[in-house]
Design a binder for this molecule. Structure first.
Ligand SMILES: *Cc1c(COP(=O)(O)O)cnc(C)c1O
Length: 361
């Protein structure tokens, strides 16, 4: 294989259990498996989560929900960002639960739904006045099953944005209650609000994504994260060739690396088309037999060159690690993201489908 992921389903299970342990039995945990479970493989991940008792799964669009149903998933599925007219027949046919984002959409929903309030994120959700929201809910016979919002700055405890969002959300909830509406679920928290224990924002359902895959973002001014999770995937690539180059030789597109000494280069069978950030050219690193080896030269579409001068035993056919733990050292998606000037979410979701997913315990 050129390049592959080893996804530990045991770690996915462990991370799910850790989230459940933190929020306790009074709060339902709805793992987010959108974007192919952040690159981990939605069907395989959803299957073990369901086995371990997940009653709800969250996806982004109807197509992702339909794929879960076609694979035999029975959990409730919340479709968070797709109430497009063309998606509505599938939502109904496959028993998917829509999130409604506007009062106009609210007039058209005919199945039990969750209503999203924009409490300050400035993205999806209704920004209507609380009283108008309550009126619109009353005017529609479909069941308001959940009310939700999403935070913009949940890892930043130096900002008051989350408190302001919670205040707005509670104001809307109070108006709904005053009009006689008692939605079964109230939810606002993704990984950060769970890990950094904003218990006031948990409601009775939480929506962790990142944590399920083993990550919690670093926070500003926060108490230490209480949640212990472990990255569920490692990423490997095969050495296609090794070459010795003389001092002064240039490596790869643009000749952006010049060998300062005679160097041994290994060529890896993965590039930016596989999801290795192009920005890692001349600045990233990988793990070779338990040692760090720097990426030298530009990352190409299908190939990446690394300096293995100090790892003389590497040969064609060996596997090197792009993400993972080996010999007491590790590179995780957050570290790769930092080197590439991006975020771990983008690194994980950017791993191309052509990178084979292999499932391990
Ligand atoms: C993606 C998403 C989540 C999960 O966020 P994480 O930070 O990955 O835990 C939760 N809620 C909504 C609305 C989302 O879009």
């Amino acid at each position: 294989m050129r390049s592959w992921l080893e996804v530990s389903l045991g770690r996915i299970r462990g991370n799910f259990a850790a989230v459940r342990g933190i929020v306790g039995p009074g709060v339902e945990v709805m793992p987010v498996v959108k974007a192919d479970a952040y690159g981990h493989g939605a069907l395989e991940v959803a299957r073990v989560l369901e086995e371990d008792g997940a009653k709800w799964l969250a996806v982004s669009n109807a197509e992702e929900g339909v794929a879960l149903r076609r694979a035999g998933m029975h959990a409730r599925v919340l479709v968070m960002a797709d109430f497009l007219p063309e998606s509505r027949p599938a939502l109904e046919e496959f028993g998917l639960t829509p999130v409604v984002h506007s009062l106009e959409d609210l007039q058209q929903v005919e199945v039990p739904y969750h209503l999203k309030i924009d409490s300050g994120m400035g993205r999806l959700g209704t920004r209507a006045a609380a009283e108008d929201i309550a009126k619109a809910v009353s005017a529609n016979p479909a069941t308001l099953e959940g009310v939700m919002t999403h935070f913009a700055s949940s890892a930043n405890f130096d900002s008051r944005q989350t408190e302001e969002q919670i205040e707005h959300f509670e104001h809307v909830l109070a108006a709904l209650k005053a009009s006689g509406h008692a939605p079964r679920y109230v939810h606002a928290s993704s990984t950060n609000s769970i890990a950094y224990q904003r218990k006031g924002a948990w409601g009775n359902l939480v929506r962790p994504g990142h944590a399920i895959y083993g990550y919690v973002s670093a926070a500003k001014g926060a108490p230490k994260a209480q949640l212990e999770v472990q990255p569920a995937l490692s990423w490997k690539a095969t050495v296609l060739a090794t070459n010795t180059v003389a001092a002064g030789a240039r490596i790869g597109y643009g000749g952006i690396h010049t060998a300062e000494r005679p160097m041994r280069i290994a060529v890896l069978a993965a590039g930016y088309a596989d999801g290795i950030p192009h920005r890692l050219g001349n600045r990233g690193q990988v793990i070779v037999n338990g040692n760090f080896a720097p990426i030298v030269g530009a990352v190409s579409m299908d190939l990446t060159t690394i300096d293995v001068t100090d790892c003389p035993e590497v040969k064609v056919g060996d596997a090197v690690m792009l993400l993972g733990e080996e010999g007491g050292i590790s590179i995780n998606a957050q570290q790769m993201a930092r080197m590439a000037g991006t975020i771990s979410y983008s690194v994980l979701c950017g791993i191309n489908p052509r990178v084979k997913r292999v499932y391990v315990d």
